[in-house]
Design a protein around this ligand. Structure first.
Ligand code: APR
Ligand code: PHB
Length: 388
């Protein structure tokens, strides 16, 4: 088998890259370890930057997003028992779109099927070879049979636990911060408590009110790292959430049975560089952000933007300038999103060592934010997404 670009991983990064390359006439194959339903069952983030929406438009997969996505112009910050709205559109002229990552993935998979592009699901033992030459190869096992794909380029879009970064582990430098807490998330078929997201700083711990649609809500509670979902029957989750919300939100909260409940640890992580000869890392394979700034999926999309442009130049103009500069350009934006996500996380959560002084500093920072247009501008331009 031969293709131009072998893509490892059918998450949002791999699928979006595949679709954009197809639009540019660049042939690609995706190898995915899991099956399609498994990939679609993962509940993840739900806030798209305007730039991410633009890329999905360019990939030709934005029709349902425009129909069902919710356009948001602001967020709310709650602390000290009151809520304060940050008008991000007033500050930046931009909006974000609430549309689940699961839906983005489904739209991309459907478009890929329609275009007749090759995706190998349940590809086992994927291994990467020869990417230090201009004739890389990827091997995998499917239904007990070994296969090899010859290609020009390998795109490692296989997430944090993938094989791509593992294949270059001696050549990378990693930067990491592990936070001493996780997020317990609950999805329910209930109307959201408020039309916009509410980020709550509370002495019992952070809470987030988010949504997937006007009838489906997503809530999160900061929890200890060793917490287990089995210790959190729905009733207990709703009680704890109410205690962390401002009185008005607590009054309006509509509760109901959970559809999904899970715990995710919070981590900041960057691997440098993102390019090794003919192997390019993109998305969670290269970096992780804590979810507080809603940047994970959006960063995967911006990597894919830089990489797809670079590969377009490589094929159409026979120029390697774009691929040579990929790591530098992608990492420049990655680190700004890392900073923003770390800052939002630090400002909103209760840390084990949060003493009286640090909680006063958090409240002062939040008060400054809701009083200063300059501070709101800074938060807003990062939240809606810095330019590519
Ligand atoms: N071989 C083939 N596929 C693999 C391998 C492997 N060895 N290892 C992992 N994969 C697949 C995973 O099963 C997954 O479907 O790669 C895919 C990676 O997808 P994601 O983890 O969703 O990563 P990415 O596409 O970069 O998307 C980033 O996802 O985790 C969120 O917060 C993150 O929203 C962000 C987005
Ligand atoms: C979500 O809806 O899952 C979500 C929204 C905003 C965040 C994190 C998660 O910052």
């Amino acid at each position: 088998m031969r293709t131009q670009v072998a893509i490892i991983g059918a998450g949002p990064a791999g699928l979006l890259l595949g679709q954009l390359l197809h639009r540019y006439g660049i042939d690609n194959i995706i190898l995915e370890r899991k099956d399609r339903d498994y990939v679609l069952a993962r509940i993840r983030a739900g806030v798209l930057e305007q730039g991410t929406v633009g890329l999905l438009e360019e990939a030709g997969v934005a029709a349902r997003l425009h129909h069902e996505g919710l356009i948001h112009h602001g967020i709310e910050l709650a602390f000290g028992g009151a809520r304060h709205r940050i008008d991000m559109t007033k500050a930046t002229g931009k909006t974000v779109t609430v549309y689940g990552q699961t839906e983005v993935t489904r739209d991309l998979m459907d478009a890929r099927d329609k275009a007749g592009l090759a995706t190998v699901y349940e590809a086992g033992d994927v291994s990467l070879h020869g990417f230090d030459s201009d004739r890389p190869r990827v091997r995998y096992v499917k239904d007990g049979v070994s296969h090899e794909i010859a290609c020009d380029v390998i795109a490692g879009c296989d997430g944090f636990h993938g094989v791509s970064r593992q294949s270059v582990k001696d050549a990378i430098t990693t930067f990491e911060r592990i936070y001493p807490f996780g997020w317990l998330g609950l999805l329910s078929e209930t109307p959201p408590v408020s039309p916009e997201l509410i980020y709550n700083n509370h002495e019992r711990g952070f809470a987030l009110c988010s949504m997937r649609s006007n009838t489906r809500s997503r809530y999160y509670l900061q929890c200890p790292l060793d917490e287990h979902v089995d210790n959190w029957p729905d009733e207990k989750f709703w009680d704890e959430l109410k205690r962390r919300l401002d009185p008005q939100a607590a009054d309006h909260l509509v509760t109901g049975p959970s559809i999904e409940k899970s715990i995710a640890p919070l981590r900041s992580f960057v691997a440098e560089p993102m390019r090794f000869g003919r192997l390019f890392l993109a998305g969670d394979a290269a970096h992780i952000v804590p979810p507080t700034g809603a940047k994970g999926l959006n960063l995967a999309a911006s990597d894919v933007h830089y990489l797809s442009q670079a590969l377009r130049e490589f094929y159409a103009e026979k120029s390697s300038a774009g691929i040579d500069d990929y790591s530098r350009r992608a990492l420049g934006r990655v680190w700004k999103a890392e900073r923003f996500s770390w800052w939002m996380t630090s400002m909103m959560h209760r840390f084990p060592d949060t003493d009286a002084f640090s909680s006063r500093i958090q409240i002062a920072e939040l008060n400054y934010l809701v009083e200063s247009e300059a501070a709101q501008m800074s938060l807003s331009e990062n939240y809606v997404g810095l330019p590519y």
